[in-house]
Design a protein around this ligand. Sequence first.
Ligand code: PAF
Length: 283
Amino acid sequence: MPRRPTIARSLAALERTTARLRWESGRIVLVPTMGALHAGHLDLVRLARMKARRVVVSIFVNPTQFAPHEDLASYPRTFEADLAALAALKVDLVWAPTDDIMYPPGFATRVAPEGPATVGLEDKFRPQHFGGVATVVAKLFAQVRPHLAVFGEKDYQQLKVVTRMAADLDLGVTVIGMPTVREPDGLALSSRNVYLSPQERARAPSLYRVLKDCAARIAAGQPIAATAADGAAELERIGFAVDYLAVRHAETLQPIASVADGPIRLLVAARLGQTRLIDNIGM
Ligand code: PAF
């Protein structure tokens, strides 16, 4: 049976163990997660393992990135299964702070990201979200002090926000993105897929198919704005409530008018029943 990773539940235990890992290997790589690990997370860990000899995974369902009406209370929590999966991948340390350790009484500081965090995509529909993400990721970087950190491209805007923040605040961490892992039918893996009913699950892969159709049309010379509008209309016909289907510059996430202004990223967010799904592809 694989050895369980060390679990740090206090800042003192984290400091002790990361000091040892740093002394043993020189380089530490961090994979920040909210738990409920799926095959996509495990690929992040595998990539981390290829980059450094010592791997730390944080598991913390961060309350400050959820709005009051969102799914903080029902967010899946599967700590024992997560540990077993991380043990199989020989993760060295799991950092699992409580809310009180991350946000002690009197906590009063928040990172306010701009640039890719304020481009009218996720930020338009979840206005507090990236402030919460940037704050907790800055704290995780300060606590673990990794050389590298791995994030999934599935949350593409988040990847750009934390990359920008790490550079802007001189946090000494290189952020690496990992391509999205998909089910055989194309649905991007997400901890929230468990919320989908069987009927919704059957429709969900249309999100990826429509993104690919839009990319093919744009590559063939069709106008960007009309193609995005058609894609959103098709998703609505299938039963999604679309928040956005946008064609953006892949680095700045600003709107673009033509393929010549690329590289391009297509991003979508849409609700199926109670479940909000996001996805994106490059072209
Ligand atoms: O992508 C996530 O799981 C979270 O947003 C993160 C980066 C762990 C911060 O809470």
